[in-house]
Design a protein around this ligand. Structure first.
Ligand code: SAM
Length: 247
């Protein structure tokens, strides 16, 4: 039996993995379905001295659903520098801070990155409490190659800049992954068809883990006509397979 198999539940794999004391716990929360909050995430949130979040209303609602009441610290785009330093200072003084975002895994296309960097710079303990992530959920159900992928977060809102991105990545050897607003989803699909041709394989993953979860995988020529009506509402991850890929 390997050393890892010998580990008891909750035991540390190495001395690097903090599980108590002053630290930042980077904690994933659901991307829709509340049952996806892991027992460990729940325990971490309930035990933290502070919960650092993007939006105190969104996180407050989540915590109320689970009967958790802990002091919230808001970090966001406009004050995050100050907040990142403030959060690191609290940990340096002995606090256990759980970092969450509005949905999913913190630091993936949300401002939590600076909080983690600040803690790393200060040599503070940072632990992972992993869980839901829209990017990984979309890849895992898409049927597109996952052995190599490039995540580009949110593309620029202007069509010309998105077309430039597509041109630059026409020959990418890996799956391209982006987060896109529902307001631009139809336009983006048309840009993909115009730039890459009708045969390029794509996946439009909508409202993952929610009541209206819809995963449209196929060539862009097949998927584009299905992007209408209710299929244009909600949150999307868009994946584009490499040119050589056929379903
Ligand atoms: N940190 C998050 C994560 O782990 O996926 C993502 C945060 S980012 C600010 C929010 C974007 O993620 C949305 O605009 C959408 O593109 C994508 N997203 C979040 N939840 C989703 C869901 N349930 N289904 C599809 N996409 C989702």
């Amino acid at each position: 039996m390997s050393d890892e198999e010998n580990l008891r539940e909750g035991e540390e794999i190495s001395g690097n993995a903090p599980s108590r004391g002053a630290r930042l716990s980077v904690t994933a929360t659901p991307i829709g379905n509340l049952s996806d909050l892991s027992p460990r995430a729940r325990e971490t949130l309930a035990a933290a001295d502070f919960i650092a979040c993007e939006d105190t209303r969104t996180t407050g609602n989540l915590l109320r659903r689970f009967g958790i009441a802990r002091p919230l610290l808001a970090y966001h785009e406009h004050n995050e520098q100050a907040s990142a330093a403030g959060i690191a200072a609290k940990i340096a003084a002995g606090a256990h801070v759980a970092l969450v975002c509005d949905a999913g895994t913190p630091t993936l296309s949300d401002p939590g990155f600076r909080v983690v960097r600040e803690c790393r710079r200060a040599g503070l303990a940072v632990e992972s409490v992993p869980g839901p992530c829209a990017l990984i959920a979309a890849l895992s159900v898409s049927g597109l190659p996952t052995n190599a992928f490039a995540f580009h977060g949110f593309l620029p809102p202007k069509s010309a800049a998105r077309r430039r991105f597509l041109e630059e990545n026409r020959a990418a050897k890996m799956t391209l992954a982006v987060y896109e607003s529902c307001h631009r989803i139809r336009a983006f699909a048309e840009e993909i068809a115009e730039t890459f041709g009708e045969k390029r394989v794509v996946c439009f993953a909508r409202e993952l883990t929610k009541l209206h979860e819809t995963v449209l995988t196929g060539t862009i020529g097949e998927v584009l006509p299905r992007l209408s009506g209710k299929n244009l509402k909600g949150e999307f991850v868009v994946l584009i397979a490499p040119e050589s890929f056929v379903l």
